[in-house]
Design a protein around this ligand. Structure first.
Ligand code: PNS
Length: 160
């Protein structure tokens, strides 16, 4: 049986925390779909195409990783892909309530879907895409927060 997992998110941009979770998820799944959710009510910093390119650098050609984007419900996307696992990161207690509700709703919408929460490396627990965007916007150092490809894209976006 092939265990297919989906790691959904905004990935705007992907951080070292996301990369850490991708690696950890590969210990549980045979095939991992890293999927950018297209949310029409959000105005992302990077286009879906840009984010897919950044995730491709993180995936580094690993054949077990597939990069995708989806609109609509995660539960439906998971059903289409025969996925039985959703991977989500838990960094702090503050993540818990939203993640807990989302996991239960996703299972209500698709009873084949279990959410697996992974904890990132301890030195990455403070990281989030929104904080990274803020640091980059004001020209702060991005070392250790994102890959050099993402750092370059952020610098270009905020240049001038
Ligand atoms: O990286 P994020 O922004 O925390 O990811 C949130 C995401 C994309 C996983 C969540 O918003 C999602 O699954 N969106 C797809 C639409 C959907 O299924 N919403 C209901 C979830 S119960």
């Amino acid at each position: 049986m092939t265990r297919i997992a989906i790691y959904p998110g905004s990935f705007d941009p992907p951080t070292r925390g996301h990369e850490d979770l991708i690696r950890r998820a590969l210990a549980l799944a045979d095939h991992l779909v890293v999927a950018i959710a297209i949310n029409p009510s959000k105005a992302p910093l990077f286009s879906v195409e840009d984010r897919l390119r950044m995730l491709a650098v993180a995936a580094a050609g690993d054949p077990r990783i597939e990069l995708a984007s989806f609109s609509g419900l995660l539960a439906d996307f998971a059903r289409d892909r025969n996925a039985t696992m959703v991977i989500r990161g838990l960094r702090a207690v503050s993540d818990f309530e939203y993640e807990f509700q989302m996991a239960l709703m996703n299972r209500k919408l698709n009873d084949k879907l279990e959410t697996v929460f992974l904890v990132p490396a301890v030195d990455l627990t403070y990281l989030s895409s929104s904080l990274v965007r803020e640091v980059a916007r004001f020209g702060g150092p991005l070392d250790g927060l994102v890959s050099s490809a993402v750092a370059d894209a952020l610098k270009a976006r905020f240049a001038g």
